[in-house]
Design a protein around this ligand. Structure first.
Ligand code: NAI
Length: 319
């Protein structure tokens, strides 16, 4: 099997001046892609700005014989980031929404600014870049988008109410972009990384920090963006040379009334609670239609029951 290459492709990587983004940018460039290295050069909390971070990575790529340009805009102005790709390389094929900051505080101590800034950078930033790239992808019949979530988003984490809400928001954004893009060969997937970077240097134990190199995750992201990869609308968790798929499952559930004319009571919910929460026969849900389809089936079942009972003993208006 030949190596997977990105010759002729243009990749935009946001927050590529450090950590995971830098690893993605270096890998894409080493496989032949032309890369836009976006980075605002902020502190871990989102303060300040500098062109140094992006410049350093561009230099590194060029030293290795690759092609790259820097962009220093905030992802909140995503259209400017995409414009850099168009101005320099005439197109864009791959968009990695990776830029990110932290403003950790417990729920009660969190300020509006902590909340808003996190949503601006992570959610609004990914929305703006994706919105700007989408028409170009659609026209060329090819595009790959990655959203970056977090285990804090999927599972929750103490002190990260703003960050986990934003990171789960990106899962919803990705699922919808995946559906809107599918027929144009635009794929959108979520990466859930855990890596040693300045975001995690005081969170991860030092020995683990060294093991969790961003370079071990970059090939997973690169494969998801290759033209041969058909994955779309998925959530892929990856760390330390491991990757796995996460998905949303729903229990078989329980009917909370016997016929369509019955009411649901709090006591009926209590009595069925174990069955509602029983995940042993859970089904994977991949669309809103699939979910409402199952509900309609349940409703039809209830209606049929009324019809059967009407024929036998039931009289409308008797309850
Ligand atoms: P990092 O701090 O090493 O790199 C993030 C880069 O994004 C920085 O260079 C920063 O200047 C840039 N940036 C921040 N705000 C920006 C903006 N508004 N516009 C453009 N650039 C901006 O962080 P790391 O660890 O590489 O994180 C990358 C992404 O992965 C983030 O979205 C983060 O939330 C996510 N993530 C990281 C995890 C980890 O274990 N390191 C775990 C889960 C998610």
């Amino acid at each position: 099997m030949p190596d997977l290459r990105f010759d002729g492709r243009v990749a935009v990587v946001t927050g590529a001046g450090a950590g995971l983004g830098r690893a993605y940018a270096l890998l894409f460039a080493s496989r032949g892609a032309k890369v836009v290295v976006n980075d605002l050069g902020v502190s871990r909390h989102g303060d300040g700005s500098s062109s140094n971070a992006a410049d350093k990575v561009v230099e590194e790529i060029r030293r290795n014989g690759g092609t790259a340009v820097a962009n220093y805009d905030s992802v909140v102005e995503g259209e400017k980031v995409i414009k850099t790709a168009l101005d320099n390389f005439g197109k864009v094929d791959i968009l990695i929404n990776n830029a990110g900051i932290l403003r950790d505080k417990s729920l009660v101590k969190m300020t509006d600014q902590d909340w808003d800034l996190i949503h601006q950078v992570h959610v609004k930033g990914s929305f703006k870049t994706s919105q700007a790239a989408f028409p170009i992808f659609k026209k060329q019949g090819y595009g790959r988008i990655i959203m970056t979530s977090s285990v804090a988003g999927l599972y929750g984490n103490f002190g990260q109410a703003n960050y986990s809400a934003a990171k789960m928001g990106l899962v919803g954004l990705s699922h919808t972009v995946a559906k809107e893009g599918a027929k144009y060969n635009i794929h959108c997937n979520v990466i859930v990384p855990t890596a040693g970077s300045r975001l995690t240097e005081d969170i991860l134990p030092p020995d683990l920090f060294a093991e969790l190199r961003p370079e071990l995750i970059a090939p997973v992201v690169a494969f998801l963006c290759h033209e041969s990869c058909q994955e779309n609308g998925s959530i892929i968790e990856s760390a330390a040379g491991w990757a796995g798929k996460c998905a949303i499952f729903r229990s078989n559930g329980a009917l909370l009334r016997s016929t369509v004319v019955d009411d649901v009571t709090v006591e009926k919910v209590r009595d069925k609670w174990d069955q509602i929460c029983d995940l042993s026969n859970a089904k994977r849900m991949t669309s809103a239609q699939e979910s409402t389809g199952a509900l309609m089936e349940a409703l039809e079942g209830l209606k049929n029951k009324v019809e059967e009972e009407t024929v036998d003993t039931y009289e409308f208006g008797s309850k």
